[in-house]
Design a protein around this ligand. Structure first.
Ligand SMILES: CC(C)(COP(=O)(O)OP(=O)(O)OC[C@H]1O[C@@H](n2cnc3c(N)ncnc32)[C@H](O)[C@@H]1OP(=O)(O)O)[C@@H](O)C(=O)NCCC(=O)NCCS
Length: 222
């Protein structure tokens, strides 16, 4: 689990709390309003959802927020964190993690975890990768890396806009840092660029990006 300790340390240095669990959680741990939003899902999905809420609650508590914490689901299926808190949740193959920070520090966060070694179909690759990104096909787990980065970016930005968008609007480019790519999001107002970090070991890749409270998101952050 070294990767998760490293992630927690990196995020803590940015004043972001992080919590993870390799276990599903009982649905009895959900608040009634949380359970209502997942009532029609399979039992396994309800336990996965409960694990996400458990991690998110722990992350929020780590910030020092006390009391009863409920995280219902929003109109874009995003988790609604308590007032004054920004956060994000991700799952893969039984592993769940969540991050939370004060909204006075961050307007939005996006995290994503993927299990490595999965084969990505040609069709899926064609949806994930744009133009110059085709080089990632020949890199081991390269497509999953780009996918994870874009999913984290998507979660950070999606709730700030009423305009849905898809992978074709976001491209990545390398930086001098081996654990950071830049997401370039094309909006009618121009291209918004955002550094997105990732960490990987032989089993997982974890990506995250942050929008500081004072940062503008060109084109959609009016
Ligand atoms: C929303 C989405 C990113 C979730 O990713 P996923 O691979 O299904 O699964 P993850 O486990 O990583 O994330 C799921 C969690 O993301 C969160 N989430 C869901 N929709 C979200 C949204 N619109 N905004 C922010 N977070 C969201 C939820 O917490 C969810 O877990 P929960 O339902 O248990 O609460 C994905 O389903 C999706 O719709 N992607 C859009 C495709 C796309 O265009 N992506 C990239 C564009 S650059």
């Amino acid at each position: 689990m070294d990767i998760f300790n490293g992630i927690a340390q990196r995020l803590n240095a940015l004043k972001i709390a992080f919590h993870y669990t390799p276990e599903l959680a009982p649905e009895s741990s959900l608040h009634p309003d949380e359970l209502a939003s997942i009532a029609h899902a399979s039992p396994l999905r309800r336990r996965e959802f409960a694990a996400g809420r458990l991690c998110a609650r722990e992350a929020v508590r780590t910030l020092g927020v006390a009391g009863d914490i409920s995280l219902p689901r929003g109109q874009f299926r995003q988790p609604i964190f308590p007032p004054g808190i920004a956060g994000s949740i991700s799952h893969t193959d039984g592993m769940t993690c969540a991050a939370a920070a004060f909204a006075r520090d961050y307007r939005a966060l996006g995290i994503d975890i993927q299990i490595l070694g999965r084969t990505v179909s040609e069709d899926a690759s064609a949806q994930i990768l744009n133009g110059d990104e085709m080089e990632w096909i020949s890199i081991p787990d390269g497509i999953l890396t780009v996918f994870s980065i874009k999913e984290a970016f998507f979660k950070m930005t999606r709730c700030l806009t009423d305009t849905p968008y898809w992978f074709d609007k976001v491209s990545v480019r390398r930086t001098e840092k081996s654990d950071t790519l830049i997401c370039m999001y094309s909006t009618p107002a121009g291209i918004f660029e955002k550094e997105t970090e990732f960490r990987r070991n032989d089993r997982y890749i974890f990506s995250f990006c942050t929008l500081r409270a004072d940062e503008k998101l060109t084109g959609i952050n009016l």
